[in-house]
Design a protein around this ligand. Structure first.
Ligand code: G4P
Length: 529
């Protein structure tokens, strides 16, 4: 197969949803279709189970299995599918944001009864900002839920999307009879009392065909015709380019648990979803079919065994072929590195691979060389953009609780920050360290891991910050900036890349700063140029 064909057949995507909407179930059904697993229940859920044990032990458990679910790859109808795992728990939102920098499209799963939920809103917003193509799957149609039209209105309003249904449910809950597949123009019927099986697919090219009345009953058939007419009038026709540009989101209905509507989703997905897309770097746009390899680290996973402190850096290949044992430039360190055992990921296995293509993810063994966002190239000096840190929501001083273990603490904190567990800020005034996290749980995780993996002890103290604002003065030498630095001295810190950050204690203080020091620009992500 040619290099171009290899690229074209790749589909790298993430599934995003609020916890419990059915992401794991859908993932598993997709894997079953791809023949990558043989039975349901094979994909371990990495979500945090409520009340099982203490929450953070649950996180450790989750971390243990998340290497195996980080990338789930399989082949389906000639396409190579890479599903990237996106944790749904809000305390891991930043992990998910970072993974979204490595996907070429997403599927949004929504629970028909619950409608659009908070986490979905946040994640879709990020996808919208980046114009990532999105498909929407409305799940749990076997249950009573919201009316399909109302739900599509809600999706448009709350998520700011422009939708067009490519399938439509026939009834719902107890009366759920099946799905009309607008994309393929056929009807899929549930069969059996438990309505647990499809499976009759009947091609219907003409909606006036009386066969429909026989299949689903006269009343539902009339209703279906009316609904499809309404869809025709109200929703825009599907246009692939608009979908690819992030301006139109096709909607599918189904039930992941009952394997209903999933094949339809997958068959349409492989046809319309994008193959690997070009990515912006600080010097130029990099296209997948370029000869030379380039890629970036979007996730780092530490070994669970404290005796082997190596880690796996997950690299998304942007262009060219990644080859085993070939020297590549680690741009930030300006040094060449060779990888003798890069891993490729399949369903739940990883194996050493000689060649990988754009869209693929390779796992590189790392002894502490990588940070999230690092770029690898075949020699070119450039860095990929779009992997920013977002402002944390919690801030605490970290103190050394065992003076004999200062070195271990420093190393541990350093490595955990590289992994992206949290962000470290060093106060300008006194060099004290402040840890910022998205969720409060991370503090327990850090404390536990420092102790178990690095033999270091820490304690925390509250730091009264509300938001981290990255700074850029119009003129670093002007009076205004000097005054700002003097007045806000106590709240100025450096992030891990040495960028200056203002740790504001309230929204009010941010507003005051903006009006008092207009030449000092504040940014809410670490990447603003
Ligand atoms: P998540 O990864 O998005 O958090 O959701 P997950 O797939 O774990 O699904 C959450 C719950 O919803 C699970 O039930 C799952 O069985 C159920 N579910 C998923 N799809 C459907 C569907 O199409 N119809 C119905 N009725 N339920 C569905 P659970 O009881 O929380 O877990 P489990 O004990 O069944 O694993």
């Amino acid at each position: 197969m040619s290099f171009k064909d290899e690229i074209e057949r790749r589909r790298t995507f993430g599934i995003i949803s609020h916890p419990d909407a059915g992401k794991t179930t859908l993932t598993e059904k997709l894997l079953l279709f791809g023949g990558a697993i043989q039975e349901a229940g094979a994909v371990k859920s990495n979500k945090i189970k409520k009340g099982a044990t203490s929450d953070f032990m649950e996180i450790e458990r989750q971390r243990g299995i998340s290497v195996s679910t980080s990338v789930l790859a399989f082949n389906y109808k000639g396409k190579k599918i890479n599903i990237l795992d996106t944790p749904g728990h809000k305390d891991f939102a930043e992990d998910t944001f970072r993974t979204l920098t490595a996907v070429d499209s997403v599927i949004v799963v929504i629970d028909v009864a619950k409608g659009v939920e908070e986490q979905t809103e946040k994640l879709v917003k990020v996808c919208r900002m980046r114009s990532i193509p999105m498909l929407v799957f409305i799940n749990k149609m076997d249950r009573e839920g919201k009316d399909a039209f109302d739900l599509m209105d809600e999706v448009e309003q709350k998520l700011g999307l422009r939708v067009t249904p490519l399938s439509f449910p026939i009834g719902m809950g107890y009366d759920f009879k099946g799905i009309y597949n607008i994309w393929e123009k056929n009807i899929n019927l549930f069969s059996g009392d438990s309505r647990k099986n499809i499976e009759e697919t009947i091609a219907i090219s003409d909606l006036n065909n009386p066969e429909i009345d026989e299949l689903i009953g006269e009343k539902p058939a009339t209703r279906l015709r009316e609904e499809l007419e309404l869809i025709d009038e109200v929703y825009p026709p599907f246009d692939r380019q608009e979908y690819l540009d992030g301006n139109l989101q096709p909607v599918f209905f189904g039930s992941a648990l009952n394997n209903f509507g999933v094949r339809e989703l997958l068959d349409c997905f492989i046809e319309i979803a994008p193959s690997p897309r070009p990515k912006d770097s600080d010097t130029r746009l990099v296209k997948p079919d370029e000869d030379k390899f380039s890629g970036f680290v979007f996730k780092i996973h530490a070994n669970m065994d404290p005796k082997h402190r190596d880690r796996i850096a997950f690299v998304k290949i942007v262009s060219g072929m990644f080859e085993r044992n070939k020297p590549y430039l680690h741009v930030r360190h300006n040094k060449n590195m060779k990888f003798s055992s890069p891993n490729a990921f399949f369903a739940e296995k990883k194996e050493i691979v000689d060649i990988s293509y754009p869209g693929d993810i390779v796992g590189l063994h790392d002894t502490g060389n990588f940070k999230i966002g690092d770029t690898l190239t075949e020699g070119e000096n450039m860095g990929f953009k779009g992997i920013p840190s977002f402002s944390p929501e919690h801030f605490r001083y970290i103190n050394n609780a065992d003076p004999m273990k200062a070195k271990q603490l420093e190393k541990g904190v350093d490595q955990l920050m590289d992994e992206g567990v949290a962000q470290l800020f060093t106060l300008e005034m006194n060099n004290r360290k402040v840890i910022g996290t998205v969720g409060a749980l991370q503090y327990e995780v850090i404390q536990y891991r420092l102790e178990h993996e690095y033999g270091a002890k820490c304690s925390y103290e509250n730091f009264p910050a509300y938001k981290a604002c990255w700074l850029k003065p119009d003129d670093p030498k002007n009076e205004e900036f000097a005054e700002f630095k003097r007045i806000k001295q106590k709240f100025l810190a450096k992030d891990k890349f040495g960028q200056l950050v203002f740790l504001a204690d309230s929204e009010f203080s941010i507003q005051m700063t903006q009006s008092k020091y207009p030449s000092v620009k504040l940014f809410f992500t670490s990447e603003f140029e």
